[in-house]
Design a protein around this ligand. Structure first.
Ligand code: ARG
Length: 596
């Protein structure tokens, strides 16, 4: 809970006995403080709105509202944290934080570390399921978001002291393998792919197999039987399947490495051995539907009003995506003992997860979610929107293909290189970047641009992909942030003071309004993270970071740092900005170059 809220709680408790309760309501609810950060900062830093709430519940008039607010103000406890307290015309109680307290709070963090500002969650372990592509296909733009968002969620939880199991639930067990294996065996009965196929060929093969599957019913039937043989462990099938997985894995890992994303491969096939046991546990829910074994939803209806269902055993005896997800959820709750299980996929899979969670609740693996937000274990689907082209249509290459992820990364790198070259030209020759440095920086900035452009949007909305916009050096972009960050670092490097010593012995004094603004924003880090955690609102961290960079920009444009009489204090403020910006970058999975 925010520290200002705690103070308001005291003041509300003091006035509560005198508040008349309307018959149908509970005075206890009046004393839960509604505290918000003031948007303009003109009247104060934080405001408490309880007088408005209480007054409206009592059907009171303006005079009552102001009297309540006055009362709250008079009972506001003394605290070194607060500079002043006032009542606004409409009944808000405003407080202004003390500059001294802000400075002391920042200094404490600088000495004790940013970890002391980390949120504390009531859970021990979480599974984050991402990026979970289907293997044998190439990664494309659609996989970008699960990589970026999943990684950031995992990082946010890790920073909050949660043990995170990152699980790459790759699709390695389904129909696509039946198709591939069938085609491969058909074309070459003594097939041995070792070293012969690159993933690119595999992708071509996949396309061909997919086409055959659609138009050739005989092939389709054989492919479906192949899956059953694979799932049944037939050696020839398993061996070929393992080779395909190996080829696929190598190419994936290269990309994940480039994106700086890690997730342990525990694909669909991993859960195969648990399926019989899990189906046993679900047996009272499994029904026959025309030869297919299914679990009907109690909440979701399909066309014609028939309930939607999970398919657990196909009519040919094979297991499906749904079966595997039931087994995986069972495993994560009962074997891995995860408190939270978070699935990061596109919003299109919302219904699928809803049905899986529903079945798990009925089986007693998950507590019934109804109305209780704090119960554990909890399964959460984080669904993200589409990546669109600038015109709002689907993103496509010139050959009207879905762009490959590797090409997007290359293009973002190229665009970033152009921007860095422009900045480089303005530098004196001794400061210019070497070709090697340029390449490294462009790679980092390219990734940073793509990640930031994604994360700054609300997760569930679609967002428009534009290389030009995302690599811009002004506006709300990664490059703008990195420019401010590297500027702060170079100010510290350029001074002859030892920043480590200053942290121990120096004093921070916030005098100028831009210094105070920056200081106040720095200490808001903790409340911002609490907000971001509730519902995984990663864009809240991005907004915060952008404002931080902007406030820092104003601070150093308006104030001389090195050589000024306030040098010590201002260097400390630069250092705190570096620490907090770096932490935000880390949370978002962005690696900033040390200089640009
Ligand atoms: N492989 C799936 C796809 O590419 C996503 C898997 C998500 N995770 C899960 N446990 N179902 O659409």
């Amino acid at each position: 809970k925010h520290q200002v809220s705690k103070l308001f709680e005291k003041s509300l408790e003091a006035i509560a006995p005198a508040i008349p309760a309307p018959p149908e309501s509970d005075v206890a609810a009046f004393v839960v403080p509604l505290v918000l950060a003031c948007s303009s900062g003109k009247n104060g830093d934080y405001q408490c709105n309880n007088a408005l709430l209480i007054c409206s519940k009592l059907n009171g008039d303006n005079a009552l509202r102001l009297a309540l607010a006055q009362d709250m103000m008079q009972n506001f406890p003394d605290s070194e944290m607060i500079e002043s307290c006032s009542v606004g015309g409409n009944g808000y109680v405003n407080v202004v934080l003390s500059n001294n307290w802000i400075a002391k709070t920042i200094m404490k963090m600088l000495v004790e570390g940013i970890e002391t500002w980390a949120p504390r969650l009531e859970i021990n372990r979480a599974v984050v399921d991402f990026p979970s592509p289907n293997i044998a296909k190439e990664l494309h733009v659609g996989h970008l978001r699960t990589c970026i968002i999943g990684d950031a969620i995992a990082r946010l939880l890790e920073f909050s002291n949660v043990e995170v199991l990152r699980r790459n639930h790759v699709g390695d067990w389904g129909t696509q393998f039946g198709m591939l294996l069938e085609l491969i065996f058909e074309e070459n009965p003594n097939w041995d792919v070792e070293g012969q196929l690159a993933l690119h060929d595999l992708a071509a093969l996949y396309k061909k197999a997919n086409a055959r599957f659609k138009e050739d019913s005989d092939f389709k039937e054989r492919a479906q039987k192949s899956v059953v043989r694979l799932q049944g462990g037939e050696v020839k099938y398993v061996k070929a399947w393992e080779t395909i997985r190996e080829i696929s894995r190598g190419a994936f890992n290269e990309l994940f490495h480039r994106l700086g994303v890690q997730s342990e491969e525990m694909g669909e096939s991993f859960y195969g051995k648990y399926i019989p046991e899990v189906l046993e546990a679900l047996s009272d829910q499994v029904k026959d539907d025309d030869g297919t074994r299914v679990i009907f939803s109690e909440n979701l209806l399909g066309k014609g009003g028939k309930p939607l269902c999970l398919i657990v055993v196909k009519s040919d005896g094979g297991y499906s995506y749904d079966t595997t997800d039931l087994a995986a959820l069972w495993y994560r709750v009962n074997q891995e003992k995860a408190d939270w299980i978070i699935y990061v996929t596109d919003v299109g899979q919302k219904g699928h997860f809803q049905m899986v969670f529903e079945a798990a609740e009925r089986a007693g693996w998950l507590p019934s979610a109804a109305g209780n937000d704090s119960c554990c274990p909890k399964a959460i689907h984080v669904g993200f929107g589409l990546v669109q082209a600038e015109d709002g249509k689907r993103l496509r290459t010139r050959d009207s293909e879905v762009p490959r992820l590797v090409d997007l990364l290359d293009e973002a790198k190229n665009c970033s290189r152009v921007k860095i070259l422009e900045l480089n030209k303005e530098k004196k020759s001794s400061d210019q970047l070497s070709e090697e440095e340029l390449d490294e920086i462009a790679e980092k900035l390219g990734c940073a641009a793509i990640k930031y452009a994604d994360l700054k949007n609300n997760i569930s909305s679609n967002y428009k992909f534009s290389f030009n916009k995302m690599t811009n050096s002004v506006g709300n972009t990664a490059l703008f942030l990195v420019k401010q960050y590297t500027r702060a670092r170079s100010i510290i490097k350029g001074s002859d003071k030892d920043i480590r010593k200053l942290k121990e012995t120096g004093e921070m004094v916030l005098k100028d309004s831009s210094e105070r603004d920056l200081g106040l924003h720095l200490i808001r880090f903790t409340e911002i993270l609490a907000e971001a955690l509730s519902g995984f609102k990663l864009h809240v961290i991005c907004d915060y970071l952008y404002q931080l960079a902007s406030k820092f920009h104003i601070f150093y444009t308006e104030n001389k740092v090195c050589g000024s009489t306030e040098e010590t204090s201002r260097l400390l403020l630069c250092e705190a900005t570096i620490v907090v910006m770096k932490q935000c970058f880390d949370l978002l999975g962005i690696e900033s170059p040390a200089r640009i």
